[in-house]
Design a protein around this ligand. Structure first.
Ligand SMILES: *[C@@H]1O[C@H](CO)[C@@H](O)[C@H](O)[C@H]1NC(C)=O
Length: 349
C-alpha cells in the first residue's frame, strides 16, 4: 500500500515535471550588440568593456560580468521565463564549458552592428564573426552530446537577435563614410539586407525559432539628449523616426522570411512601444529619472568613463530608466522582457 502510494507519487512527479519542461526550448542562443552581450568583449582587444564596477553591482554577487548594465540583460530574463537558465554565459568567457553552452550561449558583442564598418569602429566582433563562432559551437556541441541530440538542440533552441543601434549612432551619424554613399532609407535597406542574409544562413544551419528585436527610441538615450543642444536636450526626434521606420521595414523582412523559409518561425520582438511608454510616463513605472543615467553625471559616460570613482553615481538604479548614457537599467530590461515574454511564449510554445 505504502509502496503503491510512493509509486503513484513518483509517477505524478515525473508527469508534472515533463509537462513543466515541455516548452520545447532546450537552449537560448543570442546574437547582437551590447543590448544582449553578456561579456564577450572581456576577451577581445577593444576599449568597449564593462567588466568592472559599478557595472554588475546589482548582479548576483555584485559581480561585473561585461553586461552593460547594473544587473541582467533581456536574454537572461527570457531564458529564465522559458525555464532554461537565469543567466546566459558569453561564448568567449573561459569560465564556461560546452556543457554550460548546451543550454544557452551568447555570441553578442557590445558596439557591433549589421554593418562591418560599425564593428570596425571600436574593434569589436562583427556579425559575420558571431556566426563563425556559432558554427564552431555546433561542432563542439555535436562532439559533446552526440549528433542527434545536438541537432535537436539546434532546431528547438530559441534564437535571439538584437542590434542596429550602433549602425546609426556609432557609425552613420558619426562618420561621413556611409552618409556619402547612402541616404538614411538606403542605409536602412542595406542593414536589413544583411539581416535577411544572416537569418537565411542561420536557417540553413538548422535554426527554426527566431526572435528579432529592432530599435528602441534611440533618440532618447541620455547621450543623445546630452548632445541634442538645438533641441534643448529633449529626445532627438530624427533618430526616433529612424528607429520607427527601421522597425517597420524589419517587420516586412521578417514576414518575407516566414513566407519563404517553410519551417522558420520568426517573431518581431518590437520593444519600441514599451520603452517609449516608459520614457513618456516614467512615474507610472516607479521611475524618478529618465533624462539622465544613473552612472556618474548620467549624460555621456559609458564603459571606462562610467567608473566607480565617480561620487555622482546614483545609489538606487531602480529609480532610473537608464544605467549609463547608452544602456537601460536592469529594471528597464526586466519590464521590457516581461512585456515580450507572453509574445514569445505564444509563438514558440
Ligand atoms: C563583411 O565582412 C565579411 C568578412 O570579410 C565578408 O564576408 C562579408 O561579405 C562582409 N559583409 C558585407 C555586407 O560587406
Amino acid at each position: 500500500m505504502t509502496l503503491t502510494c510512493l509509486l503513484l507519487f513518483l509517477i505524478h512527479i515525473v508527469v508534472v515535471k515533463n509537462s513543466e519542461t515541455s516548452n520545447n526550448v532546450p537552449a537560448v542562443i543570442v546574437f547582437g550588440d551590447s543590448s544582449v552581450d553578456s561579456g564577450n568583449n572581456n576577451a577581445i582587444a577593444t576599449v568597449l568593456k564593462s567588466n568592472f564596477k559599478p557595472y554588475g553591482r546589482d548582479f548576483e554577487g555584485g559581480r561585473p560580468t561585461g553586461r552593460f548594465c547594473n544587473g541582467r540583460v533581456p536574454p537572461d530574463f527570457l531564458a529564465e521565463a522559458f525555464g532554461v537558465k537565469s543567466t546566459i554565459p558569453a561564448y568567449l568567457d573561459p569560465a564556461y564549458t560546452i556543457q554550460d553552452f548546451a543550454t544557452g550561449v551568447c555570441f553578442a558583442s557590445a558596439g557591433t552592428g549589421y554593418d562591418n564598418a560599425t564593428s570596425a569602429v571600436l574593434n569589436v566582433i562583427p556579425l559575420w564573426k558571431e556566426l563563425e563562432f556559432y558554427k564552431e559551437y555546433q561542432t563542439r556541441l555535436r562532439s559533446h552530446v552526440g549528433v542527434e541530440k545536438a541537432n535537436e538542440i539546434i532546431s528547438e533552441a530559441l534564437y535571439l537577435m538584437s542590434l542596429g543601434t550602433n549602425d546609426f549612432l556609432e557609425n552613420y551619424y558619426v562618420f561621413p563614410t556611409r552618409r556619402i554613399h547612402f541616404t538614411v532609407s538606403q542605409y536602412q535597406d542595406f542593414l536589413l539586407s544583411i539581416a535577411e542574409n544572416f537569418v537565411r544562413e542561420l536557417y540553413a544551419l538548422g535554426a527554426r525559432k527566431l526572435s528579432i528585436t529592432g530599435l528602441i527610441p534611440i533618440g532618447c538615450l541620455p547621450l543623445e539628449r546630452a548632445t541634442n543642444i538645438l533641441g534643448d536636450h529633449g529626445c532627438n526626434e530624427e533618430y526616433n523616426n529612424v528607429a520607427l521606420t527601421f522597425n517597420a521595414k524589419l517587420e516586412n523582412v521578417i514576414a518575407k522570411l516566414n513566407r519563404e523559409l517553410p519551417q522558420l518561425k520568426a517573431l518581431s520582438a518590437n520593444a519600441y512601444s514599451i520603452v517609449n511608454d516608459i520614457i513618456t510616463r516614467p512615474s507610472a513605472y516607479g521611475y524618478e529619472v529618465v533624462e539622465k543615467a544613473c552612472c556618474s553625471t548620467g549624460t555621456f559616460e559609458m564603459s571606462y568613463l562610467c567608473s566607480d570613482k565617480s561620487p555622482l553615481t546614483c545609489t538606487d538604479a531602480e529609480k532610473y530608466v537608464f544605467w549609463d548614457a547608452f544602456h537601460p537599467t536592469e529594471k528597464t530590461n526586466r519590464i521590457v522582457s516581461n512585456y515580450l515574454i507572453p509574445k514569445l511564449k505564444a509563438t514558440f510554445r
